[in-house]
Design a protein around this ligand. Sequence first.
Ligand code: SF4
Length: 685
Amino acid sequence: MHDQQEKWRMEEFVTACPRNCYSTCTFKVQVENNRIIRILPYSGNLATPEGPCIKGLSYIERTNSSERIIHPLIRMSSGEFKEISTKEAFDIISDKLGSIKEKWGSHSILWYKGSGMSGLTNEIGSAFWKAFGGTTVTYGNLCWSAGLEAVRLTLGSVKHNVPWDLVNAKTIVIWGKNPAETNIQEIAFIAAAKEKGSTIIVIDPLRTPTADKADILFSPKPGTDGALALAIARVLIDYNLVDYEFVAKYVKGFEEFKLSVNITLSEAELITGIPEENIIDLAHIIGSNGPVTILPGYGLQRHLNGGQTIRSILLLSVLTGNIGKSGSGFNYANLQSYIFDDIKEPESYYPDPENDNPFRRTISMAKLGADMLNTRDPELKAAWIERGNPVLQSPDTNIIKRAFSDLTFIVAVEQFMTDTASLADIILPAKDMFEQSDIIGSYWSPYIQFKPGVIHPPGDVMPESEIYFHLAKRMNLNISKELIPEPGNDNIEKWLEDRSRGFSEITIDQLKTAPLIATGLQEIAWEDMCFETPSGKIEIYSSEAMKKWGVSPLPDYSGIIHSPEEEKFPLEFITPNTGSRIHSQFGNLKIIKETNTEPVIRISPLDANKRCISTGQKIRVFNLNGELISKVKVSNRVPSGLVVFPNGIWFNEGGGVNKLISGMETDIGFGAAYHDNRVEIERVD
Ligand code: SF4
């Protein structure tokens, strides 16, 4: 009888994880009495049949957490926060924004959006800020835009074969990627391919959990992947391993490339640390053991030469004819499910001087702090932060903090007291993924998914769409309900329905039952061999690369030249992602803390011995930008010359890698060159 009663109260929904993560897992969520009680796998999504990772499972804690901010907070002169009513918060915000606009103009307000939660409803904010009179926003991207632009320049658009096609590859080259932690669903396909006899090659300076699964492991020095790729290309040409028929038919610029690629194997060995004979072996596997799929990660393009690096690696798929066929490809990102976007990434990240005014003025995402400080006419006076944690996650923390302290008013829409929220004047409590319906795509799988609102938000939590609705009313901004729907999840679903009109195959009702394959999907990307480049061919030679970005029209390699001051800091510093966090999200949860070891800085035994450092001690990592102190682990998984500390670790856990990172843009795509910073380390006794 008791079970029967429980059954009546309990409801189950199919939903999808909206994090900035490859997988966009579909899963089932059970709800009882307005509480998330259980998360279960959903096998109907061919890309994610195994169900969510530990972060997905942690949603039960995250949603119900007593540490969630569920009422508006105001910062007192003492620095402490105190709860206020929503009405009080809206009164203060509308007064402040109104007076700042009157005095300095609307562009004196920075509207900063991170990637904390994806979904079509994120568009709603721009209607508010347009009606407000415009604002300052960021251009570029912290994560992946150099690589996106490299792929777009070469192939015309950014896509790849469906994830499950990976099992048809005879060779899989996992290059600077650690899917065992950051794309666990892909590991299942890699394992299946291996079972069928595929050769798994990992190229990574670090001995990652993915590297443990490799048949062959190559460990180039960080930032030298472009040189390795060009040397492999040289061998492909010299040993007649190029697919000449494919190249003649579909490729522009091969002859120019052939003449330009002059790196010798001995030079490549010196630059990369990979012995000549290994480079020759690697080229022979890629050139003769196809179909080959290359899985590049995002870390290897977070360098000043990151765009050209990705163009150079992609070149290997092109020269060997591994594009447009089953089992082959270059799986950087698959934007085929982004069907609702008029302008897709990376182009949507770029400033558009002709069309921006008066709505937006742009400053650099990668150089946020410096740009905030240097912006004039008008200077920045206020910031509105949503879905992001720039104080922790943007390069150059000390400059960012200075820029924030110069502002007269900061609003953060947040779920937890993050390092950014703690600097705000007003914090508005942010919705959780289960508290509003939305439609989301994926940058890896081909599905479009519905994420239903399944519980009412706690306390005074409001989705951003409702925050903007109420503020617009209070400020007498004239916005139609087509642009900002009235409060209530039914109205959001109606808005989503209108937004998806025009795609007859994709209706909300259909989406509510199961994830849907994107309209017009190519399971095998470019199987039609139509490339949306200016020439209609794959462009090894890209005039646009030269015109738009000022780089060589051909893939090339330039080493990073450090200033004499930087030369005093002998160690390279890299900040990868881990399986337990999406950047700065999830790490604050108990389940994550209990199931993961404490974050540590990792260094090699050689570097540790030189400085008398042992595992478990605290060390100081420092350079001209700043310093951080945290516990160290001496690990033979780290090569000498390298210091590794994951990004996303909060200041109160000893984190904050961006204290050491300069704000620098990548060669193309306005990405952030996180991985070209040098440091020194010392024991803290
Ligand atoms: S974080 Fe990624 S792998 Fe984990 S549940 Fe979400 S989409 Fe899936």
